[in-house]
Design a protein around this ligand. Sequence first.
Ligand code: SAH
Length: 259
Amino acid sequence: MRQLLSETVRRVRFVLVATQHSGNTGSAARALKTMGFDHLVLVNPARLPDETAHAMAAGAEDVLDGARICSTLEEAVADCRWVVGTTARARRIGLEELTPRQASQRARSILNESDGAEIAIVFGRERTGLTNDELQLCNAGLMIDANPEYSSLNLAAAVQVIAYELRTQLTDDEAESASSVTLQWQPDKAATHGQLEGFFGQTAKILERIDFHKGREERSALFKLRRLFMRWPMDEKELRMLRGILHDMERALRIQSDD
Ligand code: SAH
């Protein structure tokens, strides 16, 4: 059995959104520990880790007790450079859809080539999964291939499958050459999620200011732009340039309105 590099392990966070059953939180902690991971984040859980969670963690209490609690998904992934949302069914929201292997290879490339980059794998609530708004915060989607008539795995089982595949990709020497083929272009330093959200916020304001929507649904344009800019990791330098352009546009608009 091989060891994952502890420095790499810490950079992969598993985010559980609004988990309803604390037993699943405990089982997820156990699933992570068996695969050598330990970075668990709980977003707005229905119950904080309790006795049931600890019983299901069965030896992985350290992972459970070390879990960070956040109130929103944005907060949980703000400093991440790549975020993948898991879902049991295709959601026609235009997210690139990856298999566990493809996602793990992509993750491996980003972890290896982007200095200190952090990534997140996001899991939804037991009953309804992730909302479309939550999926929109993700760079890609991940679906575990399953029985089309019964495709929803137990939350902790889904965590287990993905953590296993990620472990395989991160420890397999052969995967190294395969993954460099997967991602041909690498940002020097990918922009963080928080930086991208800042860019989207500023873009939304300018679009409103220049009356780009003209009565049309504002969400739809913003959604398309979001999809465009999140398809591939953006470099910090590129994002700085775009912010510079927006900034100059704001200045030009101010001058115009003063005229
Ligand atoms: N009805 C929900 C199922 C939720 S299952 C839905 O349609 O999404 C709880 C969580 O487990 C999901 O949000 C997802 O994070 C994970 N999960 C379950 N089955 C999965 C699958 N086949 N592929 C990827 N993730 C899955």
